[in-house]
Design a protein around this ligand. Structure first.
Ligand code: ADP
Length: 245
């Protein structure tokens, strides 16, 4: 039994072919231990989205291997990959993507309904409680603040008890106070429930909530910081952005 929620070994992703080929990821190897919070940063075009998509089974690497909890993704059929994503992986995006006509609890139970399972009211209330919204179960998105809507989206991602929660700029649409609330909540999920989180962000303050920050540049890992302060993360980013391509 290894202790990694996700392992990437020599993962490359090339878009297109011939003269127009773009190497978005170039032999990236990264391990994400269970119960840890990792932020992924890097200049625009450095491969962050591609990394997230390959790690989450939304895209297939051109070469290399990706394992989620010991399951090798590159060997799975499309159907098995879809099931793995549905049952073992959670996603939170910058846009909350809640259905406006549904209440918080209906939005949260949607992934289970779509999977043909009957959501238990206790479980729905439990995840809403985890994000501090037990009292808002009957509210619709328009009756909630941006931060509350993002917390509903996080509860929806947690309803299947995913092994890994992926965030793609989850605080990108929030003001700094609300963003801190959401990040504190993500942090406590890691500390209290042992959740594994991998989050792409542009924001050094958001990244400072993570245990580890992995930096990408030109599709390669370009340094890591552990337990870093926002200032140190910002300084590393400035260096990467100033580097000639
Ligand atoms: P980031 O998320 O850090 O901005 P991306 O992973 O989106 O970086 O992109 C990495 C590189 O791959 C960029 O050069 C981008 O233009 C290229 N790229 C991303 N998606 C595609 C695609 N579907 N087709 C062709 N090139 C792509």
């Amino acid at each position: 039994m290894n202790n990694d929620a996700i392992q990437l070994r020599s993962v490359s992703r090339v878009y297109g072919s011939g003269d127009s080929a773009v190497t978005a990821l170039d032999q990236v190897s990264l391990f994400f231990p269970k119960g840890t919070f990792t932020a992924v940063m890097g200049p625009s075009g450095s491969g962050k989205s591609t990394l997230l998509q390959c790690a989450a089974g939304l895209d297939r690497p051109t070469s290399g291997s990706v394992t989620v909890g010991g399951t090798e993704l590159t060997k799975l059929s499309e159907t098995k990959l879809t099931l793995l994503r549905r049952d073992r992986i959670g996603f939170v995006f910058q846009a909350f993507n809640l259905l406006p006509s549904l209440t918080a609890e209906q939005n949260v139970s949607l992934p289970l309904r779509l999977a043909g399972r009957r959501p238990s009211r206790t479980r729905v209330r439990e995840v809403l409680g985890q994000v501090g919204l037990a009292e808002r179960a009957k509210h619709r998105p328009t009756e909630m603040s941006g931060g509350q809507q993002q917390r509903v989206a996080i509860a929806r991602a947690l309803i299947t008890s995913p092994e890994v929660l992926f965030g793609d700029e989850p605080t990108g649409a929030l003001d700094s106070t609300t963003s801190r609330e959401v990040l504190t909540m993500l942090r406590s999920m890691v500390d209290r429930e042992g959740q594994t989180i991998i989050m792409v962000t542009h924001d050094p303050v958001a990244a400072s909530y993570a245990d580890r920050v992995v930096f990408l540049a030109d599709g390669r890992v370009n340094g890591e910081l552990t337990g870093a302060r926002a200032e140190d993360i910002a300084a590393h980013m400035t260096k990467l952005e100033a580097a000639p391509c």
